[in-house]
Design a protein around this ligand. Structure first.
Ligand SMILES: [Zn+2]
Length: 373
């Protein structure tokens, strides 16, 4: 993969083209699109869009909002993309689209902002569209405090007929049950490889190698896939993670806790991607070890080095299956905000043991961080 910037026509995919605001620009399962169309034409129930980071919540919310605001919407396609309302939506300057999100540089939406932007404007008639749409970006668990959620309750329940609400969250279970029960939930799941490839092309990614990397390592998440496909540093990251990975079986415990841990700490901002790369290496080890026919390994450029990792000295046996379980467990633990250093140090020590065929220490340090927390 060339180390050159691939991003050039990103903006053109979402601006200016007819149809770019339409439901047809959403590459997702037929079921998700069915739900979206149904909610668009149905009763004015607040919509709760639930999806993990990078799942495409903002992209989909914009298209639902555009459809509700459009002057000539179509039940199948949603927004027309050419009317005044759609132009304003494209410019991010629609008077009847109210976005409630944390102020720049802040992680939380102040309660006062919910009151000022939602409660106090609820009865004002729309200016150019027939509706007014409120999009509330409450993605992270603490973006909207309990107080903030309480301030939203009444508007969600009682509002003029022309008002529509879209709430964006990563985890609906962290919201007050009273909020969830007032909404219709649409869950945005992971996309198929084909959808991811279409999404990348629609966003102007032309380099086939970049598209392949996005599909392979994007884990069905458009945001992650785009990040990979557009980021020239991805290949360098992959090389660094592989260097760490191949060093583990013969590394010392001390090396894991110093050099190895430092390496992971320096990739902290991309840790999800690092774990996904590690998982892809281990999956390839499993395929190579079991000689699974008909399944191609992902990292074919590392095939020889991976095969060499399976050939351990006598009496040492690797356990890639257990290694994969550990990586998934670590990813899950980090989602729950466990101590980063602890979780990654444990991962390194356990990977060293599982991949190098060393005895696993019964040390409490190696206990599951979710259990021992
Ligand atoms: Zn329109």
């Amino acid at each position: 993969m060339p180390n050159t910037p691939r991003r050039s026509t990103h903006a053109s995919a979402s601006h200016g083209e007819d149809g770019a605001l339409s439901f047809r620009s959403i590459h997702a399962s037929p079921e998700l699109l069915r739900q979206l169309r149904q909610r668009f034409s149905g009763a004015p129930v607040p919509i709760l869009l639930v999806g993990e980071e990078g799942a495409g919540k903002h992209y989909i919310a914009r298209r639902l909002a555009a459809a509700w605001l459009c002057e000539r919407p179509d039940p199948e396609k949603g927004a027309c993309g050419t009317c005044t309302s759609c132009h304003l939506m494209n410019d991010g300057a629609h008077f009847d689209h109210v976005v409630v999100e944390p102020p720049e540089g802040k992680g939380r939406i102040p309660v006062a902002l919910v009151r000022e932007r939602v409660s106090e404007t609820l009865d004002i008639f729309p200016q150019i569209s027939r509706r007014r749409v409120y999009t509330v970006n409450a993605e992270k668990a603490d973006t909207l405090s309990e107080q903030g959620q309480n301030a939203l309750l009444k508007p969600l329940e009682e509002h003029p007929e022309f008002v529509r609400f879209i709430l964006l969250v990563e985890d609906a279970e962290r919201l007050l049950p009273t909020i969830v029960s007032r909404c219709a939930i649409i869950r945005i799941g992971r996309r198929s490889e084909q959808d991811i490839a279409s999404i990348l092309r629609a966003h102007g990614v032309r380099d086939e190698a970049a598209i392949k990397a996005g599909v392979r390592f994007g884990e069905g998440l458009p945001g992650q896939a785009l990040h990979i496909a557009e980021d020239e540093s991805f290949q360098a990251l992959r090389e660094r993670v592989f260097a760490l990975f191949v060093a583990l079986p013969d590394a010392s415990v001390a090396w894991c806790l110093t050099k190895g841990l430092e390496a992971l700490k320096s990739e902290k901002s991309s840790i999800r991607l690092v774990l996904s790369l590690l998982a892809s290496f281990v999956r390839d080890l499993l395929i190579l070890r079991d000689e699974v026919r008909g399944i191609a390994i992902i990292n074919h450029d590392y095939r020889d080095q991976l095969a060499a990792m399976l050939a351990l000295p006598e009496k040492r046996r690797s356990d890639p299956g257990e290694a994969l379980r550990l990586i998934n467990q670590t990813a899950q633990a980090l989602n729950f905000n466990v101590n980063f250093d602890h979780a990654t140090a444990r991962l390194l020590l356990c990977l060293r043991a599982r991949l190098g065929g060393h005895v696993v220490s019964p040390d409490a340090f190696l206990a599951d961080p979710l259990v021992s927390k």
